[in-house]
Ligand binder design. Structure first.
Ligand code: ADP
Length: 162
């Protein structure tokens, strides 16, 4: 049986930290669905479709990565694509408590889906989409934090919103 994982997140926008987890995950699982949470409660900078396009663009060289969106329960989405694993990245101890809660809840909802964590690459342990957005907003140098196409789109957004 093929091992299929879902890698969920907001990806607003995708950073090198996310990409590192996706790339490494794609070496471990036969197929990885990177899924954008379509959650109206957050106030994202990029639309779901924009976020999907950016992820597709920067993962196009990884053949076993697919990009999709979901709303509702992640475990239901996982089931719909026959995934038995949820893949998440861990940066620091501060991520731990939140991840523990979500993992317990997902296991409670469906114990056939197992959550796997990968430790971030040290160079990305401080990196988050919100920090990148903050830096981009004030024209900070984000070249080493996001792929060039993401940098370009961030700059465009902030120039548009001026
Ligand atoms: P969420 O809103 O669900 O936390 P994110 O888009 O912020 O969504 O993150 C998606 C996943 O990527 C999470 O598992 C998060 O811990 C992980 N992640 C985010 N940034 C990094 C990073 N710099 N290094 C490793 N993992 C990361």
């Amino acid at each position: 049986m093929a091992s299929i994982a879902v890698c969920p997140g907001s990806f607003d926008p995708i950073t090198y930290g996310h990409l590192d987890i996706i790339r490494r995950g794609a070496k471990v699982f036969d197929k990885v669905y990177v899924v954008v949470l379509n959650n109206s409660a957050k106030n994202p900078l990029f639309t779901v479709q924009e976020r999907i396009s950016l992820i597709q663009e920067v993962t196009k060289d990884i053949p076993n990565v697919l990009v999709d969106q979901f709303s509702g329960l992640l475990v239901d989405y996982a089931k719909s694509v026959n995934a038995t694993a949820i893949l998440r990245g861990l940066r620091a101890v501060s991520d731990f408590e939140y991840e523990m809660q979500i993992t317990s809840m997902n296991r409670f909802l469906n114990d056939h889906v197992e959550t796997f964590f990968m430790m971030t690459n040290n160079q990305y342990s401080f990196l988050s989409s919100s920090i990148v957005k903050e830096a981009a907003k004030y024209h900070g140098n984000i070249k080493e934090l996001v792929p060039p196409v993401v940098e370009k789109e961030l700059l465009r957004k902030y120039n548009e919103n001026k």
